[in-house]
Ligand binder design. Structure first.
Ligand SMILES: Nc1ncnc2c1ncn2[C@@H]1O[C@H](COP(=O)(O)OP(=O)(O)O)[C@@H](O)[C@H]1O
Ligand SMILES: O=P(O)(O)OC[C@H]1O[C@](O)(COP(=O)(O)O)[C@@H](O)[C@@H]1O
Length: 458
């Protein structure tokens, strides 16, 4: 199978022919008749959303390789040494992935040497002096109940040559990288450097971010936990807002480029009157602008609740403020603080209109991101980790695992970092938010008009 787009590669590389019988082969024999068994060449259609008549004449559709155990594998488990590293921001479920990688490698494949590199890519660079920890089924027992990552994480560029030197020095055969798009770009460069050195070392990623903005994943792990946790802040904010005259609560949630957490949390806890997300620009002033509509809401309802994703309203900052913006250690743009701007503008506006205001501001970002995974995400993390182990043992490299259209698949890293998943302002999710909040179609002149009717009599 090949892609219909010459620029995009849907094929995952394999280090070499698979000659070693998998210890899982007997188990696979037993379920050969099951339609869930993965056969060589099984692929999942990449884009099956259009009808066959719409697709007529377009030829073969792109597809992704199905994940799952193979009967023959590339690595001999008795000689395989594995490394695991976690990079970037925290996310519920990282420890679940670590635990499941270790237990699958150990119990099903019989791999005996698994090492955890500490504090992200720093862990490979001798100058930092981080220790390398041995990971066993016993040492990872119970870690799923903890938030964060037992290995630690970091941002910031590291020398890829030195990372690969370390892998070679330690005789690592497979490196698992649990991280976001930045980490995956790093993993891709590590795999490429390994390729240049012609070494049989596999690099397999388990994509992580609470922002849920990784493409070709039905959902990223930890996202469900994160938005569930966010509902608690929304509930508290509602209690605060309606308990005081002129009560306005603002809840700022994570979401640099995408408003998924804000949208899902607002829909799950139906208390928000306004949801502001990066995908939908808005204006403060003018007829139908945010401030005017907010005042109207407080007059009619007595209070109001605003949920804002951290990436919302970035267009409202002056050019000077935006230019003064910094980047974090990894080069990610540091966003302007929409929470501060909302507080300033709402306070000034209510004062200018002689309206009483009791403003409450809640920013639960780190509280949300550091909780342990909920039961759904725990299961999901386990399944992703198992898929990653099967792929890696079969010699796949320069890829990540994901669940796409409800099937676990192998995705080349290049494809996984090629774009970003964002809330579609014309899609069902955003429509549901508009319906649930009674938000007008467009907040303010100059804001991007969204073609939906106004709700809630606004
Ligand atoms: N293009 C890149 N090439 C190599 N390493 C990168 C690249 N982008 C990011 N990284 C590294 O990956 C790690 C995590 O990246 P970061 O953007 O902070 O988090 P995330 O992986 O969650 O997006 C950092 O150590 C960073 O330096
Ligand atoms: O940990 P930091 O540097 O404060 O980063 C905060 C950022 O991390 C995130 O939680 C996700 O970041 P990742 O790109 O690491 O997944 C964002 O929502 C947030 O903007």
């Amino acid at each position: 199978m090949a892609s219909s787009d010459a620029d995009i590669d849907f094929e995952v590389r394999t280090l070499g022919p698979r000659t070693v019988p998998s210890p899982l082969a007997p188990l696979l024999e037993r379920r050969r008749t099951s339609h869930h068994a993965v056969e060589e060449g099984d692929r999942i259609l990449f884009d099956d959303t259009r009808s066959s008549s719409e697709r007529r004449g377009e030829g073969e559709l792109p597809s992704l390789e199905a994940a799952g155990p193979r009967r023959k594998i590339f690595f001999d488990p008795s000689k395989t040494r594995v490394g695991i590293v976690t990079c970037g921001g925290l996310c519920p479920g990282i420890n679940n992935v670590i635990r499941a990688l270790v237990s699958e490698l150990t119990t099903h494949y019989g791999v005996r040497r698994i090492h955890g590199f500490r504090n992200g890519y720093q862990g490979f660079i001798p100058e930092y002096g981080h220790d390398v920890v041995d990971l066993t089924v016993e040492s990872v027992d119970g870690i799923a109940a903890l938030g964060g990552t037992i290995l630690g994480s970091s941002r910031g560029e590291q020398d890829i040559g030195q990372v690969v030197d370390c892998l070679e020095r330690m005789g690592i055969s497979i490196l698992f990288v649990i991280g976001g798009d930045g980490s995956m770009r790093g993993a891709q460069r590590i795999a490429e450097e390994i390729g240049r050195r012609d070494r049989p070392i596999g690099v397999v990623g388990v994509p992580k971010t609470i922002d849920n903005d990784i493409p070709f994943l039905d959902q990223s792990f930890g996202f469900q936990t994160a938005f569930s946790e966010a509902t608690r802040s929304i509930r508290s904010a509602k209690v605060e807002a309606r308990s005081a005259p002129g009560g306005v609560s603002v809840v700022k949630l994570m979401g640099r480029h995408s408003g998924f957490i804000a949208c899902y949390a607002a829909l799950a806890q139906n208390d928000a009157d306004f949801v502001l997300i990066p995908e939908v620009p808005f204006a403060f002033d003018g007829p139908g602008g945010f401030l005017e509509v907010l005042r109207a809401k407080v007059r009619s309802q007595g209070h109001a609740l605003v949920v804002a994703a951290e990436g919302a309203g970035q267009e409202l900052f002056t050019e000077a403020e935006a230019e003064g913006g910094l980047v974090d250690a990894s080069g990610n743009k540091r966003l302007q603080d929409v929470g501060r701007l909302l507080r300033q503008r709402i306070t000034a506006d209510f004062a200018a209109h002689g309206m009483e205001l009791n403003l409450r501001y809640i920013d639960p970002s780190y509280v949300i991101r550091s909780v342990p995974a909920n039961p759904y995400d725990s299961v999901y993390c386990t399944r992703l980790a198992h898929a990653a182990v099967h792929a890696a043992m079969a010699g796949r490299t320069n890829m990540v695992v994901g669940r796409w259209r409800r099937r676990f698949v192998h995705i080349p890293i290049q494809l996984a970092v090629s774009t970003r998943n964002r809330v579609d302002p014309n899609g069902d999710l955003w429509w549901s938010v508009l319906e649930a909040t009674g938000q007008p179609a467009s907040l303010g002149e100059g804001a991007e008009a969204i073609e939906v009717p106004a709700f809630g009599g606004q």
